[in-house]
Design a protein around this ligand. Structure first.
Ligand code: 5GP
Ligand code: MN
Length: 328
């Protein structure tokens, strides 16, 4: 019998005594949900687990409530193990400082749903139709005959609800909804998760949403709606970039918006760009050209340009994609 990648991964994890579980830097709900769900299951079956990611660990305020979040440790403590399990990580660079440690591991299981995944694992469990890495983790846990209780269900539901934009983006498939329904049966509480994730902003950060909306611009020729926050805006509101993760959803509600962009100035003066598209524009391709990546309708990258130049750079690419689509 030919083993599927899921079965191979399950087998390798059952065989292992110790596992380092990790995700991309600046983890979002899907990264944290899949990280903590896998760590919890592996601990439940008596594995030695190191749960980490490759930068200084800072937990976004709206994810601090997640079950097992206190068990995340600094990557410096995660040195050797039988298996390195990476989740929601499209390529080696997204591992941050963990990238340098890849050669220490003879087995690397790479579980992900990004279409541009570089297949850096020794076992690659890739499902580009999965709404979230958490959806794949659910399939894996079923293959592993895991005992999926309320905590694991809550973690996986969190990843799916955040990566689908609350079940509204184009990756909201019937399978995503069915998986979410299973997770509710198994103990996830959608309303509690919604409040913890989406109604958990400091009042000062709420004001930043006002700033973003007030500063928003619309470029008719490309269909780009964009806005920005400076490093000083974050400092004044005592907010982290992650606190403003969902703000881009408010820019895309404009009927005119083909693509929404938010530029966030980092402390070293660069621009972290988040892009979302509603239709045919492939913002993943634009982000890759800028050295980042992501999905067709949701992507990100970091640019060393001024906002004005970045806007021109992105608009040009939207326009050339629109022209190519119109011509085909
Ligand atoms: P966000 O805009 O919320 O930061 O990210 C949207 C999507 O793009 C996520 O799937 C995220 O993993 C991906 N993404 C964001 N920034 C980067 C980046 O710098 N490199 C890559 N490869 N993907 C990114
Ligand atoms: Mn994801």
């Amino acid at each position: 019998m030919v083993k599927t990648a899921l079965e191979e991964a399950a087998h390798k994890l059952h065989e292992a005594n110790s596992v380092v579980v990790t995700v991309h830097v600046q983890p979002d709900g899907d990264a944290l949900g899949s990280l903590l769900a896998m760590a919890r299951h592996l601990k439940n079956i008596e594995k030695t687990v190191c749960t980490t990611w490759g930068e200084e660990i800072r937990i976004p305020a709206h994810y601090k409530w997640m079950p097992g979040i206190d068990e995340i440790v600094d990557f410096k403590h995660c040195i050797d193990a039988d298996v390195l399990l990476t989740l929601d990580c499209a390529n080696e660079h997204r591992l941050g400082f963990m990238e340098k440690r890849l050669t220490r591991f003879s087995s690397i299981i790479n579980i992900d749903h990004h279409i541009d995944n570089s297949k850096f694992g020794t076992i690659n469990v890739l499902d580009f139709s999965a709404s979230a890495t958490c959806e794949i983790v659910y399939d894996l846990l079923r293959v592993m005959n895991a005992d999926i209780g309320a905590d694991i269900s809550t973690l996986l539901y969190t990843g799916i609800v955040t990566d689908t934009g609350r079940f509204q983006y184009s990756n909201t498939t019937a399978k995503a909804l069915r998986t979410a329904a299973d997770l509710v049966d198994l103990g996830a509480n959608p309303n509690a998760i919604f409040q913890n994730v989406y109604e958990n902003l400091s009042f000062a950060s709420l004001k930043l949403l006002g700033v973003i909306l007030e500063r928003s611009h619309y470029l008719e020729d490309s269909g780009l709606v964009y806005s920005y926050l400076s490093d000083n805006d974050f400092k004044q509101a005592d907010a982290a970039m992650a606190d403003t993760e969902s703000f881009i959803d408010y820019l895309r509600i404009a009927r005119e918006a083909k693509v929404a962009a938010i530029f966030k100035e980092t402390s070293d003066g660069k621009l972290k760009v988040s892009l979302r598209s509603k239709g045919d524009i492939d913002v993943g391709a634009i982000a890759r050209e800028g050295g980042g990546g992501g999905h067709r309708n949701a992507a990100g990258f970091t640019l060393a340009l001024t906002i004005e130049d970045a806007v021109v750079w992105i608009s040009e690419r939207i326009k050339s994609q629109s022209t190519a689509t119109a011509a085909s």
